[in-house]
Design a protein around this ligand. Structure first.
Ligand code: WTA
Length: 709
């Protein structure tokens, strides 16, 4: 991987760029230092975290015991004896000896004080359908009934895995909490993934049971989702995993809304079976702190997604503590995180963190701009939402489609979050001034599926905000930036690879079924002594480029590996490439990130054809449909280029960085060492010749982080 370095002065727009881009961090937008924004006195006065002494309490000299403060927010069946066990690095163990149940902590324990409080407010996408309020009492009943069904009807027990492929409806968190009640490890697959993608994940986790819904509303359309279940079952079978039961929720309880048939002896309607478990109570299973709570598959540098395995005690403590201090959730707040529960943000900051704090949380089925870009603000006004949480892609989209909508509605946010991708300062300012009315505090939270919870962000009442910068390390998180050789990068303007020096309770336990991959992906790079039992020798490598500024803030540039962050969702370029290679006409495929003004990055696909195959529209359509079938609609490429050949090194390696430079209209750098330098100009003609506008001018705000020689 190439080294990256941020230039102090942005080069002039017309100056030729010297070096080529290969990954997201190198195509990062060049932002100048921004001014600070202070949280309002009104916010500070009411905040959960407004005493600066906490920074000292979480300083390194108090590590790891500082994290007791988070674990003490939970109810434990048995208190732990060891806060952090580092005997088997990097397989850390947290709160060892402790026992607890996550479902009990998110539901049962709130009944005494808050049983009539709204836990979830479900907002259907069709605007003429009323929202549905589920109190903690109702949540308790429903979680128990589903737990009884899973245990008795589906035969699931502690340690079994279950794959859940569901959209944003209340039955999703209810099912997750029912699993957690039994100690069953849930693996939720994002609803937008295809049946095939779900089947592969189900097989990898060795799930015998799949949980589905017949269909749902999305962007004004009815999505028939049950059909995916059949594909998932067939795919899992091909991988050697039998699915015995498919449990199907109905989006509308008394009506089956799918064209796909129910398979006798395999498919069951949850609502029908549930009748037998009405008002059944299932005692929460007392789990060891280190027992796994869930798997979440995410893309990496190979063609195969990896199952990030999260632990019960440490994870729950970490998301509860960070929800309290960084989301500032308080008893009377109405909290709305617009992320999807099928991603880690939804697990940590819709389900587990907020519910452990007895929050009232809005769950919205649809897309933000349906039927128009005023929808989120109407929901906020109607439900009195005062904490709002979303991604830069959603913010860009809402700004583009309805930049003057927010003032038309009377809501008042005290706190807003942005998560999942870098946010441009200009977009940040719109979020702050127009959505937040200059009054709401913003936290830009940087973290990952693997990390369970936030890693860098400002403390909302204590730190000034700086547009485009995530902020300092979170409480008890000690980040560091290293160069490729492992040297710590201290110079204020240098970029490098951001790492976390220490373990923390939210970090994943391992990759499901592949502990070696866990070590090699996240720890090998900067570990100098594999036998060391000292956590200081095991920095966590995040695969993100970042800059550290003298104020102690981190600005995240983007991925430095073969992952592209599309609209805040991770896609592995290798996954896309291997999908392309299943098409018989295609000889080679390369996928690179291209800058997009709404989605941040989008994958662009380059394919070359086998000898004798004639280019046609049909091949482009095949690429799109294959990707939709194998991965899902979210991975649909924006542009596909058929090229005569790929730029290659003399050893035959495809030079993706040259293609990325072409896609992003940057200079391709030195190409004289390529085996086929002439191809570069041909490819450029094909790609840029099709576009509108002057060919020799790239987007004004895109600058290259050149390679250091
Ligand atoms: C990126 C999402 C800039 C980053 C929670 C990371 C961000 C990847 C931010 C993880 C942020 C996440 N600023 N970039 N605030 N938050 N990222 O696993 O590249 O879906 O590695 O987790 O998103 O994506 P994931």
């Amino acid at each position: 991987m190439a080294k990256i370095r941020v230039k102090k002065q942005p080069p002039k727009k017309t100056a030729p760029e010297k070096h080529a881009a290969e990954n997201e961090a190198q195509i990062a937008v060049h932002w100048k230092e921004e001014e600070y924004f202070q949280p309002s006195a009104r916010f500070i006065g009411q905040a959960n975290l407004n005493n600066p002494d906490i920074v000292e309490r979480f300083s390194e000299k108090n590590f790891p015991e500082c994290f007791r403060e988070y674990a003490d927010l939970l109810d434990w069946d048995q208190y732990w004896h060891t806060t952090l066990d580092t005997n088997d690095p990097p397989f850390w163990k947290w709160f060892v000896g402790g026992r607890l149940n996550a479902s009990y902590n998110c539901v049962d324990r709130h009944l005494a004080k808050s049983k009539n409080k709204a836990a979830l407010i479900f907002v259907p996408e069709p605007e003429n359908e009323a929202h549905v309020v589920i109190t903690f009492q109702e949540l308790y009943r429903r979680v128990n009934e589903v737990a009884a069904l899973l245990r008795e009807f589906a035969g699931l027990q502690k340690g079994d895995r279950v794959t859940i492929h569901m959209p944003m409806i209340p039955e999703l968190p209810i099912t997750m909490l029912a699993c957690a009640r039994l100690g069953v490890v849930h693996s939720v697959v994002f609803g937008g993934f295809s049946g095939e993608a779900c089947g592969l994940r189900a097989a990898d986790s060795r799930s015998r049971v799949l949980i589905y819904v017949d269909g749902y509303h999305r962007n004004g359309r009815w999505v028939d989702h049950k059909a995916s279940a059949d594909i998932a079952v067939a795919t899992a079978k091909k991988e050697g995993q039998n699915i015995d039961k498919v449990l199907v929720w109905k989006r509308y309880p008394h009506k089956f809304s799918s064209d796909s048939p129910m398979i006798l002896g395999r498919d069951y309607f949850v609502d029908d079976v549930l009748k037998e478990y009405r008002n059944k109570i299932v005692a929460p299973v007392s789990m060891e702190s280190e027992d796994p709570l869930f798997l979440m598959y995410t893309s990496g540098t190979t063609g195969k997604p990896k199952g990030c395995q999260h632990r019960t005690g440490g994870y729950l403590a970490y998301v509860t503590g960070t929800s309290k201090y960084y989301q500032d959730i308080q008893p009377d707040d109405v909290y709305w995180c617009m992320a999807d529960i099928g991603w880690i943000t939804g697990h940590s900051y819709i389900v587990y963190g907020p519910l452990a704090l007895a929050a009232t949380s809005v769950l919205y089925e649809g897309v933000p701009q349906f039927p128009d870009a005023g929808r989120p603000w109407r929901i906020a006004e109607r439900l009195n939402v005062n904490i709002f949480h979303t991604s830069p892609t959603a913010i860009r989209m809402l700004r583009k489609a309805g930049g003057d909508e927010p003032p038309k509605y009377s809501y008042r946010f005290k706190h807003m979050t942005t998560v999942g991708e870098p946010i441009e300062p200009e977009v940040w300012r719109w979020y702050h001034q127009v959505v937040g009315r200059g009054e709401a505090v913003i936290v830009d939270t940087w973290w990952q599926t693997e990390t369970g919870g936030f890693l860098c962000t400002t403390k909302p009442a204590l730190d000034a905000m700086k547009p485009g910068s995530a902020g300092p390390g979170c409480l008890g998180i000690y980040p560091v930036i290293r160069d490729e050789e492992g040297k710590v990068v201290t110079a204020a303007t240098s970029a490098g690879n951001i790492c976390i020096r220490n373990p923390w309770p939210g970090i994943m336990q391992t990759i499901w079924g592949d502990p070696d991959r866990f070590v090699s992906t996240y720890y090998k790079k900067y570990n100098t002594n594999p036998h060391s039992k000292d956590w200081r020798d095991w920095p966590y490598y995040a695969a993100d480029g970042a800059v550290h500024t003298p104020d102690g803030y981190y600005r995240i540039l983007g991925r430095v590996d073969d992952v592209i962050n599309v609209a805040g969702h991770r896609l592995g370029t290798k996954e896309l490439e291997s999908a392309c290679l299943t098409i018989p006409e295609i000889a080679e495929a390369a996928v690179v990130p291209a800058v997009d003004d709404v989605k941040g990055r989008v994958p662009e696909i380059y394919v070359s054809l086998k000898p004798g195959v004639v280019q046609s529209r049909l091949i482009l359509d095949k690429v799109t449909s294959t990707i939709e079938t194998m991965i899902g609609k979210i991975a649909r490429p924006k542009r596909i280029h058929i090229v005569p050949d790929m730029p290659k090194t003399r050893s035959g390696k495809i030079m993706r960085r040259v293609l990325a430079a072409i896609s992003n209209r940057m200079d391709t750098g030195d190409i004289t060492t390529l085996a086929n330098p002439d191809i570069v100009e041909q490819v450029r003609q094909i790609v840029q010749g099709r576009e509108r506008g002057p060919l020799n001018e790239g987007p004004a705000d895109i600058k290259l982080f050149g390679e250091e020689r």
